[in-house]
Ligand binder design. Structure first.
Ligand SMILES: [Zn+2]
Length: 458
């Protein structure tokens, strides 16, 4: 199944909102120019050269050349080489790629603090500050776009997205979940404390179609880009086991209907087979985790032009191994170990069927910036290096509805580019050591010793 053109309305999160623009007003702008001098050179053109280029759609060019003007790519290949650029960045024996995309992050999560303890041990300010640091870490790891699957303190991700869009803080382009919609008990229910304790300012549970509808509306009202719903139990929670369907078919359907009214979509956290199938039938955009795909679920995904499988394999390797150090309680480590048996088999089933597969990690459960470790697990399960890269670039951009702007090295798209020394098609783990990062024409990391710069001539 080849990627279908997106049928989603464009979610214009790529332009700052008025509130964010106010934040970037006079005083802040002065600071910005000092901190990020590249932003001042917006009109100048830069030719970026490297030994090779992987375009994000399955093609390789040798050598690689990309001409950048302002925040966009204006030419690629011989057209770029022929241009009279103001500035040249020569990255030497490196591979240029589009900025990577992770469809499942938790940027505002502090690694080591279990989400079921967040409401009683931390503050929203803490989440926001950790989010700012994690956003920079993620960007410098080569992930220039993320779909963030939600904070525990609702809407902290909305604020983080807005300050990044306004240029106040460096970070990936973000599409955010706001306040995820969860049933009482199990996945997404952060109130894992005494019946007599409450956090009245946080309301993130919805039961029954009316409450689910209200929750989805409230979510969009407060600035979420899409709605995350927890269709099944979770690995990292108490209550309902991950294999069990948690939301009814009717509750899932009303969430999708309501998100559609807002011109958006639903991302479904779904481990168990029944919850996966119910989510596909409801018409969600993504099946996140998708741990227990059987043959029928794979056939349903293959037949659907709107629902995509977005597995998270590395988290299933790291939690059974390092769960205790990551603050995961023992019963939940056991859940993860149990689910690991299914995850690899489901992924291989999806590969064999030729499903379009998005790229995601669940970063935040493990260290932010380790997102690219997902690649090696995929390759171990039989995905080719090139297909894994295409999944993390153009395919994930299409799934987000952002393929006009990101996910490939093409004229007209944002100048979101990364480089690794050597060739990741020979060693996929090179993507774990991204050495150079450009987002929107601005360089955020440059560890390539051989990078040479000159002005005016080549
Ligand atoms: Zn998650």
């Amino acid at each position: 199944m080849s990627p279908e053109p997106s049928t989603l309305p464009r979610i214009s999160r790529l332009a700052p909102r008025s509130r964010a623009r106010r934040l970037a007003g006079a005083a802040v702008a002065c600071f910005l120019v000092a901190a990020w001098p590249a932003a001042a050179q917006e009109s100048a053109s830069t030719l970026v050269r490297a030994a090779r280029l992987i375009d994000g759609k399955g093609a390789v060019a040798e050598p690689g050349a990309v001409l950048v003007e302002g925040d966009r790519i204006v030419a690629v290949g011989s057209d770029a080489q022929a241009a009279d650029a103001d500035r040249i960045v020569d990255l030497g024996d490196a591979t240029l790629l589009p900025g990577l995309i992770d469809l499942h992050t938790h940027l505002t999560d502090e690694v080591g603090v279990h989400w079921e303890e967040v409401l009683v041990t931390t503050t929203p300010a803490e989440a926001a500050l950790h989010g700012a640091a994690n956003a920079l870490t993620t960007l410098r790891a080569g992930f220039t776009t993320v779909r963030d699957m939600g904070p525990t303190w609702p809407y902290v991700d909305v604020a983080l997205r807005d300050v990044i869009d306004a240029g106040v803080l460096p970070g990936p382009r973000m599409l955010v979940a706001g306040n995820y919609v969860s049933a009482t008990g199990g996945a997404g229910d952060a109130r894992q404390f005494s019946l007599y304790v409450d956090v009245p300012t946080v309301r993130n549970l919805a039961d029954g179609v009316d409450q689910v509808r209200a929750a989805v509306r409230t979510n969009f009202k407060h600035g979420a880009d899409f709605t995350k719903i927890l269709a099944t139990g979770a690995v990292l929670s108490q209550g309902l086991p991950p294999g069990a369907q948690q939301y009814s078919d009717a509750e899932l359907a009303v969430a999708v209907e309501e998100a559609g009214r807002w011109g958006s979509f639903v991302a479904s956290h779904a481990h168990g087979t029944e919850g996966i199938k119910a989510s596909i039938l409801a018409g969600v955009r993504t099946i996140d985790h998708g741990s227990m795909l059987d043959d029928e679920a794979v056939r349903m995904l293959a037949a659907s032009s709107d629902t995509y499988y977005v597995p998270t394999l590395y988290v299933g390797v790291i939690v059974p191994r390092d769960g205790a150090a990551l603050g995961v309680p023992e019963p939940q480590i056991r859940r993860s170990t149990e689910m690991m048996r299914h995850r690899g088999a489901s992924f291989r089933r999806a590969l064999d069927a030729g499903l379009t597969i998005g790229f995601a990690t669940d970063a935040g459960v493990f260290e932010h910036g380790h997102n690219a470790r997902e690649f090696a697990v995929r390759v171990e399960h039989g995905q080719s290096e090139m297909d894994a890269i295409v999944s993390a670039t153009s395919v994930s951009a299409m799934i987000m509805g952002w393929d006009a702007d990101v996910g490939a090295v093409e004229a007209g798209k944002y100048a979101d580019l990364i480089a690794v020394p050597g060739n990741p098609l020979n060693d996929i783990t090179l993507l774990e050591r991204v050495a150079w990062v450009m987002k929107g024409g601005e360089v955020h990391k440059d560890n390539l010793g051989q990078a040479k710069r000159s002005s005016g001539s080549r």
